[in-house]
Design a protein around this ligand. Structure first.
Ligand code: IVH
Length: 673
């Protein structure tokens, strides 16, 4: 980006950040996640670092918090309540250290060590004590002027109302007449859930996160409401000069004076130790009963911390080392169309690479045409991308405010980008599909699926080699793979002799396969791993499955009419029947399963709800299946028995409505024996 372009981008980022900050801090209304806002702030910060002369005093990087509400008395802070810059990776931390090293003498550099604190996701407060008695408690407000919330603060049990009642280890320590402490008030995860439960019962909107409740509770005009919220606190800094030479020492003093400090906080000799502690915190995070969103890393030596000073509204000597983000912002470089093995057309956003949950991503799914329309996405847009759990990242929101006018519209194609066949949309699906079974792009994908881990699991036969074999015309159906000879591959460019013989070996090793895996590998529409297992268990052999009439599928608990039809259709197509004959001729052995019909629970369908005392649910299901029965997750009239454990859920209610027989754990165990 040129300086001019950066300038334009900086201006737009500032406006957008200001807009969302106002919504969040003044109106208590969040439209985008904290993580997305942090990501925008980080981009602005980085751009301003690159062009420091573009920093203006009103940039969001130069301010903290929001304006105080008119209803509260104002409190002028003794000195500004600062904010912290964010770091998201080890590199960011190394950059931070490098930046500050430039400002220190070699001797000072040697003395640099760190104090690391859990970064509590709460609300910053300032406490002023006079002669050891709490005089004022205030919010941060805009950093210079906060709101007087003394009455509310007094309801927080972990905040001492008077000091010095505790044993002070350092006998020389005397509490100064005016004593100012800063810390965080927060609400536990448990309390958060309880309050939201009440909100739900009352039909009121839910709070997005514990911090919102903490903020809302502390700023109640009626302290009785605050008291009912069970707020908690951690103290983390002393503003008054107490002649402590390290930050760690301040924490000891705080603790001795009766403040609640965080026991996890830790001294770290160097960045290496910081990284280890960061990793450790990432692990314990889940088990803490309050939310943390990272660590605060502070130069431990107070003289060095002070020397480093403040830039804008953040101290140079401290940084917020945030945990991997579930959401971040980046740019859409292109939108591509992927053709899946079943013909499903998926638009995919090609992204400027960005860190998300600790790994760099460059693609995010846009799902389907409806989603593209909902997002209103254009090529060149800045977007919020996120990932929940292990699923593929997706685009959550477009930020049209950051458009330059150079963005390009995107429309979904009407024909398959690979075979040019007109795309189809059924009445029941939002997906567009390429209906051409011979479509090259579809074929490619179905081959990748055929050799994948959960299917034939052929080592060394990855997408790249499949592509080459297809391009050369060496394979055109799945069975062709088993006909490949070393000599066929020898002519392929950049294919070493060793890897050819390895590949042929691994193909030959995979000529025996279970029925379930075989069914799955065929890539029949709507047949995932589990359904393939259900089919294999029900029919026992390929022969039986091939013979099945459409009505034969009715008896299988987890299989509905759509799945039944797609399996039935597949096995009744001439070309597929030929393929099965070819497999047979090539010596592919399919291991038959003992048919279910022989066990004691044959033909019986079970569903489990609630927790069982003496047997784990998965094991219970396995026992049912071992005895020829079936298990399912969805309640329907096909179910014969509902096994109801403790705290049985909604399935029980539905079962009662449907008149399905309900048995308890004891009765169930009786049936097994
Ligand atoms: S030290 C110069 N320690 O994180 C600010 N802050 O931007 C020094 N926070 O809103 C802050 N836990 O309220 C520090 N253990 C901790 C913290 C912590 C949460 C908050 C702080 C501020 C933000 C920093």
């Amino acid at each position: 980006m040129t300086k001019d372009q950066s300038h334009q981008r900086i201006k737009k980022l500032r406006d957008l950040i200001n807009h969302h900050r106002y919504l969040y801090h003044v109106l208590d209304k969040a439209e985008i996640s904290d993580e997305a806002l942090d990501s925008l702030k980080k981009e602005l910060f980085d751009l301003e670092q690159k062009f420091p002369d573009l920093i203006t005093p009103d940039s969001p990087t130069q301010r903290v918090g929001g304006r105080p509400l008119a209803e509260f008395k104002k409190v002028i802070h003794y000195n500004r309540m600062l904010s912290l810059n964010d770091a998201f990776s080890k590199e960011d931390m190394q950059d931070w250290l490098e930046r500050i090293f430039k400002l220190l003498t070699p001797n000072e550099r040697e003395q640099v060590d760190f104090y690391c604190e859990l970064k509590i996701d709460g609300l910053a407060i300032e406490l002023e004590y006079e002669n050891g008695v709490l005089k004022t408690g205030s919010t941060r407000g805009d950093g210079s002027i906060g709101e007087d919330i003394t009455q509310n603060i007094k309801t927080v049990q972990s905040i001492p109302l008077s000091l010095g009642k505790f044993k002070i280890q350092d006998s020389k320590f005397k509490i100064p007449r005016a004593f100012i402490v800063r810390g965080e008030v927060f609400i536990s995860k448990k309390e958060f859930n309880a309050i939201n439960e009440i909100q739900k019962q009352k039909g009121l909107p839910l709070y997005a996160n514990p911090r919102n409740i903490a903020a809302g509770s502390v700023r109640q005009l009626d302290p009785a409401i605050t008291a009912s919220r069970n707020l908690d606190s951690f103290a983390y800094d002393i503003i008054t000069d107490v002649k402590a030479d390290t930050h760690e020492k301040k924490h000891t003093i705080l603790k001795d004076l009766g403040f609640k400090t965080n026991n996890y906080n830790q001294y770290c000799k160097n960045l290496e130790a910081v990284f280890n502690f960061y990793q450790h915190c990432g692990k314990i995070r889940e088990n803490l009963d309050y939310e943390i969103d990272g660590m605060v890393v502070i130069i431990n030596n107070n003289a060095i911390f002070e020397k480093l000073g403040v830039v804008g509204k953040t101290p140079r000597g401290a940084v917020a080392f945030k945990f991997a983000q579930n959401q971040t912002t980046t740019k859409v470089l292109d939108i591509k169309i992927q053709v899946g093995r079943t013909g499903a057309i998926t638009p995919v956003a090609v992204l400027q690479p960005v860190l998300l949950t600790g790994i760099t991503i460059s693609r995010a799914t846009l799902h389907n045409e409806d989603e593209i329309n909902r997002l209103g996405i254009k090529i060149g847009d800045t977007v919020i991308v996120g990932r929940a759990g292990d699923v593929i990242p997706d685009v959550i929101k477009v930020l049209p405010e950051l458009r330059t006018g150079d963005e390009k519209n995107f429309t979904m194609p009407r024909v398959c980008p690979s075979c040019k066949t007109k795309l189809e949309k059924s009445s029941t699906e939002v997906l567009l599909r390429c209906p051409n079974a011979k479509c090259f792009a579809r074929q490619r994908r179905s081959f990748y699926h055929f050799v994948s881990k959960k299917a034939f699991d052929i080592d060394g036969l990855g997408p790249k080699i499949i592509d080459r074999l297809l391009d050369e015309g060496f394979i055109s159906d799945f069975a062709d793979i088993f006909e490949l000879q070393e000599g066929d591959l020898a002519g392929l460019e950049r294919f070493a002799e060793k890897s050819i013989s390895n590949l042929i070996n691994s193909i030959n090793q995979k000529k025996v396969i279970t029925l379930a895996k075989f069914i799955y590998s065929l890539g029949i529409r709507n047949i995932g791993e589990e359904t393939a297992v259900d089919l294999a268990r029900h029919f026992g052999s390929l022969k039986e499955l091939q013979k099945a009439k459409l009505s034969d599928f009715d008896a299988i608990a987890n299989i509905g009419p759509i799945v039944a039809e797609s399996v039935y259709e597949w096995f009744n197509k001439k070309e597929n029947q030929d393929l099965l004959i070819k497999f047979n001729k090539l010596g592919i052995k399919i291991k038959n399963l003992e048919k279910l019909a022989q066990g004691k629970l044959a033909g019986k369908v079970f569903i489990f709800t609630g927790s069982l005392d003496s047997i784990e649910r998965e094991l219970a299901k396995e026992k049912v299946r071992d005895l020829g029965g079936q298990t399912t997750e969805s309640i329907s009239a096909k179910v014969d028995f509902v096994v109801a454990g403790k705290e049985a859920g909604s399935k029980l209610v539905k079962a009662q409505k449907l008149g399905v027989k309900i048995i308890n754990e004891k009765e169930f165990l009786g049936m097994l024996n």
